[in-house]
Design a protein around this ligand. Structure first.
Ligand code: PMP
Length: 406
């Protein structure tokens, strides 16, 4: 069923805002997405009806908040089709999730002389933690370079895997190029060599149906705020077999089974990895966001966003001197571009004055910019609430920017 965009837009109060007296055109969805009213209402509901610290209370409010949080875990489990709910760990976001896996997996399974393969198109949050772990463990980071279109090639990966490789870290979708990577094939190849795979799904779960059992990945992470949920909450999925063997990432309350002054034994999954008071309010509202998205239907979302992408790319390419960076055959709704003779920052600043929000710069992927020999790009990233009219406004805005600089 086709999405009814006018009706959907009504669900997002911020889309009615005006910026410098112009209707907002929000095209920065890869950085963060806007929140539907149901998510905002859920946060109010938690704090006004059953706010209490979870898991250790005997009173009604605490039990209610605990039940809602554990229901949220079940919602996430179903959403990514994890085999067990205790394979779903709540973290602050994709960044904290990757750090958790990198440090904990690294401490147990990465030793001096081992190798970690990381793709060249990773967000800094899926590169820097691995650099830190490599340095700490005396391991070596191996770069999986992408081709000129911004695609990762499996035959190149095969050449990089050795008997020293312990893990491959790769995104399912690139935030700066929009490339959709063949993560199922990557995992199958890695597993033929007994290598684990972490998939950064921060730019994937809001656009594509994800089934972690079908992908067979060892770890999968994403952030709530990029999937129409609150900030400060995210998810780490890990296969039970790995998580049970890995040491806790942080120590504190909740993650313990028993503590004496001399020694601590750790709680079972998932709590072993959730030290301290968890962000239960945002977990609960994340589940609301997932329910909202699921009700719209990810297949319909993907179809509509692909239409937006095709429309935007065709329209923008009519602009003289405009070049798209990232021309993979399979992409989500992200268009990174530069206009000859103009600095991305200037383009973004002038678009802002027209009420159009885009992102400019390196998008936390400096190695991608180094690959192309550019200082950055302008990035327009679309969500299901964006429209062709908004893309037309971006197009007109860009023509105006060119005129101003002429
Ligand atoms: N990975 C990718 C591909 C991203 O786009 C982002 C956010 N831009 C992150 C990881 C980090 O997400 P967060 O900042 O929400 O932790």
């Amino acid at each position: 069923m086709a999405l009814i965009i006018d009706k959907i837009r009504e669900d997002f109060p911020i889309l009615k805002e005006t910026i410098y007296n112009k209707p907002l055109v929000y095209l920065d969805n890869a950085a963060t997405t806007q929140k539907p009213q149901v998510v905002l209402d859920k946060l109010i509901e938690v704090y006004t009806k059953y706010n209490a610290n979870i898991h250790r209370g005997v009173h009604y409010l605490s039990n209610k908040a605990t039940t809602e949080t554990e229901n949220a875990r079940l919602t996430v489990q179903k959403f990514i089709n994890a085999q067990h709910s205790h394979e779903v760990i709540f973290a602050r976001g994709a960044t904290e999730g990757i750090n958790l896996v990198a440090h904990s997996f690294g401490e147990k399974f990465i030793h001096a002389g081992d190798e970690i393969i990381v793709s060249e198109m990773e967000h800094h949050s899926n590169l820097v933690p691995w650099q830190m772990v490599a340095e700490k463990r005396g391991a070596r980071l191996v770069k999986w370079a992408f081709n000129q279109a911004g695609e990762l090639e499996l035959n190149e990966l095969e050449k990089l895997i050795s008997d020293k490789t312990r893990i491959i870290a790769v995104n399912q979708v690139s935030n700066s190029l929009g490339t959709i990577n063949p993560v199922k094939e990557i995992t199958a190849l890695a597993h033929r060599h007994q290598v684990a795979v972490l998939i950064d799904g921060a730019q994937a779960v809001q656009h594509l149906k994800v089934d972690v059992q079908e992908l067979d990945c060892d770890f999968y992470v994403f952030s709530g705020h990029k999937i129409y949920g609150p900030t400060g909450i995210g998810v780490v999925y890990g296969k039970e077999g790995w998580l049970n063997q890995m040491p806790p990432y942080q120590g504190g309350g909740e993650m313990i089974e028993s503590v004496s002054f001399e020694k601590t034994t750790y709680n079972q999954l998932p709590f072993k990895f959730e030290a301290g008071t968890p962000n239960y309010a945002d977990s609960i509202a994340l589940a609301t966001a997932i329910d909202y998205l699921t009700a719209l239907g990810l297949d319909d979302i993907a179809t509509y966003e692909k239409e937006l992408l095709d429309y935007a790319e065709a329209k923008l390419l009519t602009i003289p001197g405009l070049e798209i960076v990232g021309t993979a055959k399979k992409k989500t709704s992200v268009v990174s571009f530069n206009i000859k003779g103009l600095h991305a920052y200037d383009v973004g600043t002038l678009l802002d004055k027209m009420g159009i929000a885009v992102r400019t710069g390196t998008h936390c992927t400096e190695p991608v910019m180094i690959h192309y020999g550019i200082s950055g790009t302008v990035r327009a990233s679309f969500a299901f609430y964006n429209t062709r009219d908004e893309i037309d406004r971006l197009h007109q805005g860009l023509l105006k920017v060119i005129e101003l600089f002429a």
